[in-house]
Ligand binder design. Structure first.
Ligand code: AMP
Length: 125
C-alpha cells in the first residue's frame, strides 16, 4: 500500500527496525549519516537502498527538516556507495518515491540506486 508522506514518522516502520538492528539487512555501506543495503526484491543487477540515519518520512520531510550536516552527509554517502560499487563509468540511476502517486511503501526516506545493466526508459509507459 502506498503511504501518505505527510503523516508523522512511524518508528515501527521496517527501515527504522533495520537501523536499530532489530531485523537483518545486507549492508553494503554505513557511516555516521547513512546506511546502504541491498533491496530484498531487486529490480536490477545492482539495487541498493540508501537511507539516512535520522527519522525522516520522505525526501520532502528530509529536505525541509534535515540539518545541513545530515543532508550533506546523506548526499555524499549516496555518491560514495555508487563509486564503491564501481558504477560511475557504466552509469546508474537514483530514484526516490515520495507519497501516494509515486507508490512509496516504506515511510522512511530511501533512495534507490539501480545499476549493472542498461536501465531503459525512466518510467514505464
Ligand atoms: P518504495 O516503494 O520506494 O517505498 O520501496 C520500498 C523498497 O523497500 C522496495 O523495493 C522493497 O523491495 C524494499 N524492501 C522492503 N523491505 C525490505 C527489507 N527488509 N530489506 C530490504 N529491502 C526491503
Amino acid at each position: 500500500m502506498p503511504i501518505d508522506a505527510t503523516l508523522p514518522y512511524d518508528d515501527q516502520n521496517i527501515f527504522a527496525k533495520i537501523l536499530r538492528g532489530e531485523i537483518p539487512n545486507n549492508t553494503v555501506y554505513e557511516d555516521e549519516w547513512a546506511l546502504a543495503f541491498r533491496d530484498i526484491n531487486p529490480q536490477a543487477p545492482v539495487h541498493v537502498l540508501v537511507i539516512p540515519r535520522g527519522a525522516y518520512v520522505s525526501w520532502d520531510d528530509f529536505s525541509a527538516n534535515g540539518s545541513d550536516s545530515e543532508i550533506a552527509g546523506f548526499v555524499r554517502a549516496v555518491g560514495k556507495v555508487a563509486r564503491d560499487l564501481d558504477l560511475v563509468e557504466s552509469g546508474y540511476r537514483l530514484l526516490a518515491n515520495i507519497g501516494i502517486d509515486s507508490h512509496q511503501e516504506v515511510p522512511h526516506l530511501h533512495v534507490h540506486l539501480f545499476g549493472g545493466k542498461p536501465l531503459g526508459p525512466m518510467l514505464a509507459r
